[in-house]
Design a protein around this ligand. Structure first.
Ligand SMILES: Nc1nc2c(ncn2[C@@H]2O[C@H](COP(=O)(O)OP(=O)(O)OP(=O)(O)O)[C@@H](O)[C@H]2O)c(=O)[nH]1
Ligand SMILES: [Mg+2]
Length: 194
């Protein structure tokens, strides 16, 4: 559930970028940070334990302006994809309003994509959330790779519920803002229904 600031009444929504290790979650946040007007975003926090491996989470607050009369902020988080960091992933999911699942198109990462999706489902279940009820978009990242897994195969294995999906090349920004815009709309729509 989104948080309402007790004094200002501002709304805070939490979006979590989830996916296997090295699928490009941190790269997504870095691109969002680089593209947004400094007035519309806060500091990007990206702790790592070595080159590129996220430790605990990344965090970027984004000001979405006034939505339906309420000042709305989105708090973007990534989880660390490395397997041993399951506890961190579960903690980051607490209070989630929406998920961008960043899948890796590398042909050898299909099993890791599937495992990460199962891990997401199990972690949500521990928070009494059903994956089917959580707003989620799927991003097929690294479409620039030679021999990338075909989209219909990724769709068949990772998106049986036919959620909205995006092809992306996060290193050059392709599909990054589109994924963020889609999940934001999805989250706001779900809030209006609640
Ligand atoms: N070729 C290619 N490489 C990418 C793309 N997106 C990210 N990468 C690279 O993949 C590597 C891992 O990217 P990260 O964004 O750190 O991955 P992550 O999902 O945050 O990884 P963890 O924090 O370990 O879970 C980096 O070397 C990126 O430059 C892409 O679209 N294409
Ligand atoms: Mg990362």
């Amino acid at each position: 559930m989104p948080l309402t600031h007790p004094v200002s009444g501002d709304l805070g929504c939490k979006v979590v970028y989830y996916g296997p290790a090295a699928s490009g979650k941190t790269t997504n946040l870095k691109h969002v940070y680089g593209r947004l007007d400094p007035a519309a975003r806060g500091k990007l926090i990206t702790p790592t334990d070595g080159p590129e491996r996220t430790l605990f989470f990344d965090f970027l607050p984004v000001d979405m302006g006034v939505v339906h009369g309420v000042r709305t902020r989105f708090h973007l988080y990534t989880v660390p994809g490395q397997s041993p960091q399951r506890d961190s992933r579960r903690l980051v999911l607490r209070g989630v309003d929406g998920v961008v699942f960043v899948a890796d198109s590398h042909p050898q990462r299909m099993a890791a994509n599937r495992e990460s999706l199962s891990d997401l489902e199990a972690n949500l279940a521990e928070l009494d959330l059903s994956i089917a009820e959580v707003p989620m978009v799927i991003q097929y990242n690294k479409r620039d790779l030679e021999g990338a897994t075909p989209i219909d195969e990724l769709q068949a294995q990772l998106n049986p519920g036919e959620r909205k999906c995006f092809e992306a090349v996060a290193i050059d920004g392709t599909g990054v803002l589109e994924s963020l815009t889609a999940i934001s709309r999805h989250v706001i729509k779900a809030l209006n229904r609640a």
